[in-house]
Design a protein around this ligand. Structure first.
Ligand code: PLP
Length: 374
């Protein structure tokens, strides 16, 4: 047996988080995480759960009763959506224009779905005409799309058009809003989205661990009347209903500290006002993009579907992308990220999310880039 390891007290470096998430966390959120635990069935915690659900409805712009945080990161919320809505044998239509559309395909397949895709090049959104054609060809029961594709910096416009096509075919729509919730205009009810899921560590600026999801009654009816049980016990919404529904009975131990953090992060959104917050993201990211252009760094995504929370920038021919990323981290403590999937080596990804979407951060990053590119 080895001796007990001697490990120093944790002293992480101070970073400016301008990558694809996590983003900088507000001190109030960190403070909330330092408050004492109560039990997950304590009446005081039941109040916290109600408040979190109410705040999540506000941020998602929905009246959906079924609005809750899933224990786990964004992928857990994503898997909750697909594992619950997809029954074995269902046809599931997913996009092929980014990294997270491919993850949707994997999850839908594991849930027993037959996956078909609607194609668009990486770096472009889905064209509603192609979605209509795909519906006519494949008649899917479920359609997933990515509202804010973190791998390409593309925002899917015309969401209502896509949901109208799906609903005309009696299908259900799952929206990935991981990089849009709390930072980019998103209206779950007005846009008629059946299920939207997200993560805490992007535009909500909260540590990862409790991930928002919202479901329409129509989606929940389908889930609660499934012919086969959901393959995941942990993410089965018909069981989670006991805890997050009216009964408040034990299913699994909620990650109390993450729920505290989410409550405080959502409180900050409510104080700022959701529409003002969308506007701040646009303004700050606009300053970033024009400062980058002044340095000769061109935005990758076109203006019509630019995603302010995640800016993809072409890597100039004479720049070694990984050297620049490492230099920014080691010399300035700034995190940005490389391209992902088909865009590896072609773009940098610069996040402008939540508390990181501040002019001070943008100016610091632009100065660091200017010095580093000299
Ligand atoms: N969907 C999108 C669009 C994402 O950007 C991410 C993470 O970056 C995920 C899903 C998965 O979230 P997580 O990494 O929190 O599991």
């Amino acid at each position: 047996m080895t001796d007990a390891p001697v490990v120093d007290e944790l002293t992480p470096p101070v970073r400016t988080l301008m990558g694809p998430g996590p983003s900088d966390v507000h001190p109030r959120v960190l403070r909330a995480m330092g408050t004492p635990l109560v039990g997950h069935l304590d009446p005081a915690f039941l109040d916290v759960m109600n408040e979190v659900q109410e705040l999540l409805r506000y941020v998602f712009r929905t009246d959906n009763q079924w609005t809750l945080p899933i224990s786990g990161t964004g992928s857990a919320a994503m898997e909750t959506a697909f594992a619950n809505l997809v029954e074995p044998g269902d046809t599931v239509l997913v996009p092929s224009n980014g990294y997270f559309g491919h993850r949707m395909a994997s999850m839908a397949e594991r849930a027993g779905g037959a996956v078909v895709s609607v194609d668009a090049p990486w770096g472009e959104p889905l064209d509603p005409a192609d979605v209509r054609d795909a519906f006519e060809t494949h008649q899917p029961e479920v359609f997933g799309f990515v509202h804010a594709e973190t791998s390409t910096g593309v925002r899917q416009p015309a969401v209502s058009e896509l949901t109208a096509i799906a609903h005309a075919h009696d299908a259900f729509v799952i929206a990935d809003t991981v990089t849009s919730l709390g930072g980019v205009e998103l209206r779950v009810d007005a846009w008629d989205i059946d299920i939207a899921y997200s993560a805490a560590q992007k535009c909500l600026s909260c540590p990862p661990g409790a991930s928002p999801i919202t479901l329409s009654d129509r989606a929940m009816d389908r889930i609660l009347t499934r012919e086969t049980p959901v393959r995941s016990w942990y993410l089965d919404l018909s069981l989670l209903e006991g805890y997050w529904g009216t009964e408040r009975s034990y299913h699994h131990t909620a990650p109390i500290t993450n729920v505290y953090a989410l409550r405080e992060a959502l409180r900050l959104v409510a104080e700022e006002g959701i529409e003002r917050r969308w506007e701040r993201h646009r303004e700050v990211a606009r300053t970033l993009v024009s400062g980058l252009a002044d340095l000769g760094l061109d935005r990758y995504a076109a203006e019509e579907y630019w995603l302010p929370s995640l800016n993809t920038v072409r890597v100039p021919d004479d720049v070694d992308e990984s050297v620049l990323i490492d230099h920014l981290l080691s010399e300035y403590g700034i995190e940005i990220a490389a391209g992902l999937g088909d865009l590896a080596g072609e773009v940098f990804r610069i996040g402008c999310m939540g508390r990181s979407a501040r002019l001070a951060n943008v100016q610091y990053l632009l100065t660091a880039l200017e010095e580093s590119l000299e």
